[in-house]
Design a protein around this ligand. Sequence first.
Ligand code: UD1
Length: 430
Amino acid sequence: MELFEIIGKTKLNGEVYINGAKNAAVAIIPAAIATGGICKIENVPDIEDVENLKTAITKLGAVCERPDPHTLIIDSSKISSHIVDYNSVKKIRASYYMLGALLTRYKKAEVPLPGGCNFGERPIDQHIKGFEALGATVKIEHGMVKAYADNLRGASIYLDKVSVGSTINIMLAAVCAKGVTTIENAAKEPHIVDTANFLNMMGANIKGAGTEIIKILGVEKLHGCEYTIIPDQIEAGTYMIAAAVAGGDVTVQNIIPKHMDTLSIKLREMGGIVEEGDDFLRVISDGNLKNVEVKTMSYPGFPTDLQPQMTALMAASSGMGNITETVWENRFQYVTELKRLGCKITVDGRVARIEGGAKLTGAEVHATDLRAGASLIIAALACEGKTTIGNVRYINRGYEAIEEKLGALGADIKRVFIDDSDERYSEEMN
Ligand code: UD1
């Protein structure tokens, strides 16, 4: 079992290099099996979600090579099954993208209901609505989503919810459907644009990704390609917030600054300095910012995946502030753990009221999901003394070498391996 041990109150200084986007990689890897060709994907983050997806497509018959940790070559020509194994995808939410990809490839797909981070109800009705509009029959049986189609044909689909997953999944299923598919009220996140760009490199004809209306003209077939994944908006934001909470001068390198606009604006409002370059942002902070109002929204709004990290920053800042979560119905479970560090936060439905200025002190805490884990790291940086974070496996899902990157900036953080039988750190808490 792994833990992080962090001794807070050190300033952060220097440069940190951001890896490829997790949420793009977990869509692009399944997208690669929509063709029988070979795809060479670069800037793939070296994280557990990627490893799990690689295992899942290998079990289907794909041959994956990783000539270096950030390059993945997928040869899907020998895929022989349309049924995805439960064990390899139970921890990944994005396994549902295999539905769209296998529908395009084989007109049939059987994929376990998604796992991944648990922050409330995570329905997939909009994915199913999209597949059915394209002509598929979908049923859920024995924990599996089963989709079959004789023929896929283009359709007009209006999403009742702005949903990243269903926007991407419908694109995946529609690329070779006969005629034109229109997705209205589509989500606009950067990884949607990245997945559309990847599919277009494979021969698809997708226009409008990044806007509310996406048009897909079905093509005969897809082919292999070479593609480089965009930088991770959420990893970048996590390091920007780490710099803001700890104080110091940190340059976050290899990013698309535009993707960070809402966070940069909030950090400036709080009194931090954010300077922008072509592919970097420099965050300068005295470690004592003042609180603001934050509301999560789909892109280009403030990302829900930075909400837990922002809550930790605000708990360590001065004054009163509120964070309103509008995307997920139940994304404040981690607050109980932040309170163990001394954070003063009251949750009322979808709003967290944060009273800054509290004295934060290190304690034993447990990550309840991926970004909750990042939030505990942020808070620990502001604590007096040592914080021990359990359930590091959640953090491993989405952050590459986080202790090395923070350590290089000056944080006192180490990954500790302990005996699984050590009851003090039982992972049954979740
Ligand atoms: C993706 C991200 C996740 C992020 C979320 C919102 C990946 C792998 N994960 O998750 O980190 O927090 O976007 O930015 O990219 N909904 C429905 N019906 C559906 C689908 C979604 O009601 O069929 C609702 C959800 O309950 C939620 C909202 O729509 O309230 C947004 O969900 P969605 O954008 O689909 O999230 P994911 O794609 O699962």
